[in-house]
Design a protein around this ligand. Structure first.
Ligand code: UD2
Ligand code: MN
Length: 584
């Protein structure tokens, strides 16, 4: 027994030494991570410095919350209380002009008070939460490119008016190389009025919103950073509930609930029916979706007003510990201009040890525009194909596993051919941060994705669907679903003419599916939770056959409309080829 005990002790000592060595190695490597630079981004030092207060929870009391404003003033005038502002008929020209220039009615915004009051869209309960008094100092970062100046300054105003002054460290405006005059001198003067509380920095070339935000994060000096779009109005007591979860754990990113501000009338409307909680998910083409919080998550919470976990977020509005954001590499600097960065950050945070919470007591209004008023300029000039899909490809190639990558390429087959640039840095980062697998994320975080968007069966055919008799192709005709499907001359560039027939009989285009009865063929959103359909392809006769009656998809010679007709091997109006070419 003595011998054995001796061995155990020696083993213990050896283990101890090994542990010390391992620890030293770990520390050395994490410190190295910290000082290495990532494509020009200077990463910040170690997490161990951050303060987390794991046992400090906000408390719900009967008296009004400690950060609730005591007396609210109503500001009278156009758009007061967030009501719609309808301008006089004789201003029709101004309205049309500003809508086409900005994608929103800047003429209306110009008439609305900077400090207008808006409806409190929170649950009543939200007013009674008490938060830690020593919340982290916060920099609000707003990036912009050619935005309407009155909308931008109203965003700033709302932040200053509705944030605790000792918590709001600064507002940092980052101009992504705008060329509108009022965003120059006028804005410089506006900023001066706030005596240093508001700063402006300007890019010397167009960078796109993604890199511009990373720059803002580097230049900010608060402990926490909050990103907002340049057309927001924050609601009453929006900030403390966003900061409290980060105060508890610096690796939590928090997201406010985004209300809608109408782009024509500036009406402020709550986004969800009262008391309903949603969270961010995605479908396999990487379109962002929202889903009612599943029981598996909501059962963990006593109150509807508590923050809850979410797989992802819309992108624009969130709070995060600044050093943590920089430590995980900020945004992938290889992402271009717009889109997909919300997924990149979400997958990175979740897979590498952090979490995302949506905060129902924090409300921020956002103007959803009618269309994107700016162009991507020459930021994408060396890249073929859709820029946003290229971003998605970078993100899924970095964060997905092989199984899930396949679902993306099934849904977006053209993406296989797109040049996503070099992702070795991103893969190295994932390695260094010892991130978990995508499957772990799907099983433990984004489990509700499968309910709405099940795993996709393989495509058996995809590409243009060309009619033998007429040489035209099936086309969505740029219509919103549900709508009829049409035909147009074949253009070969995908998008509105890229159809997919999968093993389970679903004939889809984008996130839509073809549905048919005898007289019409429609495109409608694919039914949530389903991936099958009634279609099959007979390669011998080139028939697209509907299970109902076994009729054939036919371009009717007289009406030139699509319908289902009994199959006839000699009728070239019902012969189709489904094919694609590799883009050059
Ligand atoms: C959503 C997000 C947006 C961003 C985007 C995807 C919300 C409410 N909005 O689209 O924040 O995540 O998805 O990338 O979640 N901007 C620049 N440089 C540019 C282009 C835009 O600085 O080259 C600014 C722009 O002025 C605005 C912000 O970036 O302040 C977001 O752009 P957006 O409002 O056009 O994006 P949005 O709301 O359609
Ligand atoms: Mn926006």
């Amino acid at each position: 027994t003595n011998v054995r005990r001796g061995r155990i002790i020696r083993m213990g000592a050896a283990c101890g030494i090994l542990l010390v060595l391992l620890y030293a190695l770990h520390k050395w490597s994490t410190e190295n991570v910290a000082s290495e630079s990532n494509s020009g981004l200077v990463l910040e030092p170690h997490a161990s410095q951050y303060k987390s207060h794991h046992d400090v929870y906000p408390t719900l009391k009967t008296e009004l919350g400690n950060f609730e404003p005591r007396n609210l003033v109503t500001v009278k005038g156009p758009g007061e209380e967030g009501k719609p502002y309808h301008m006089a008929q004789d201003r029709a020209n101004d309205i049309a002009e500003s809508e086409s220039e900005y994608g929103m009615n800047i003429a209306a915004s110009n008439d609305i008070a900077m400090n207008r009051s808006i409806p409190d869209t929170r649950l009543e309960e939200c007013k009674y939460w008490h938060y830690p008094v020593d919340l982290p100092s916060t920099s609000v970062i707003i990036v912009f490119h050619n935005e309407g100046s009155s909308v931008l300054t109203r965003t700033v105003h709302s932040v200053i008016d509705r944030s605790p002054p000792n918590v709001l460290h600064e507002v940092v405006l980052v101009d992504d190389f705008s060329d509108k005059d009022d965003l120059k001198g006028y804005l410089d003067n506006y900023v001066k009025r706030w005596n240093g509380k508001v700063r402006i920095i300007r890019n010397t070339q167009r960078e796109g919103l993604i890199r511009t935000r990373s720059r803002g994060a580097q230049e900010a000096t608060g402990e926490v950073i909050v990103f907002l779009d340049a057309h927001c109005e924050v609601n009453i007591n929006w900030l403390p509930p966003l900061l409290a979860p980060i105060y508890r754990d610096y690796r939590t990113m928090t997201v406010p609930v985004i209300d809608g501000v109408d782009h024509k009338t500036f009406e402020y409307r709550p986004v969800y029916q009262h008391g309903m909680n949603y969270r961010g998910i995605f479908e396999w083409g990487m379109l962002y979706k929202e889903n009612e919080v599943p029981d598996r998550e909501s059962n963990l919470h006593k109150h509807k007003s508590e923050p809850y976990k979410s797989p992802t977020h819309a992108g624009g509005l969130f709070a995060i510990n600044r050093k943590y954001f920089l430590e995980i590499g900020a945004y992938d600097p290889g992402l271009l201009v717009w889109g997909g960065e919300n997924f990149e950050l979400s997958f990175k945070i979740w897979q590498c040890g952090g979490s995302i919470e949506w905060v129902p007591c924090s409300r921020v209004g956002h103007v959803y525009r009618a269309f994107m008023p700016y162009s991507f300029g020459n930021l994408a000039k060396n890249r073929k194909g859709s820029l946003i899909t290229i971003n998605y490809k970078r993100v899924i190639e970095t964060w997905f596993d092989d199984e899930h990558k396949e679902y993306f390429y099934t849904r977006e087959p053209m993406a296989r051919y797109l040049d996503m640039g070099d992702i070795t840095e991103q893969l190295a980062l994932k390695e260094r941060l010892k991130c978990k697998s995508f499957n772990w994320y799907m099983e433990n975080v984004a489990y509700d994705v499968y309910d709405k968007f099940p795993k996709l069966p393989k495509n058996i055919y995809w590409g243009m669907v060309k009619n033998k008799a007429t040489g035209v192709c099936l086309d969505t005709m740029g219509k919103g679903a549900p709508a009829y499907i049409g035909t147009a001359s074949c253009h070969g560039s995908g998008n509105s003419q890229l159809f997919r027939l999968n093993e389970a009989g679903q004939l889809g285009v984008g996130e839509r599916c073809l549905e048919a009865d005898v007289d019409n063929v429609k495109q409608a959103f694919c039914r949530l939770g389903t991936v099958d359909g009634p279609w099959s392809y007979d390669a011998t006769h080139r028939h697209i056959i509907h299970r109902l009656h076994g009729y054939c998809l036919t371009l009717q010679p007289q009406s030139r409309q699509l319908g289902l007709v009994p199959c006839d091997p000699n009728n070239t109006y019902q012969q189709w080829t489904i094919s694609h070419e590799k883009p050059n």
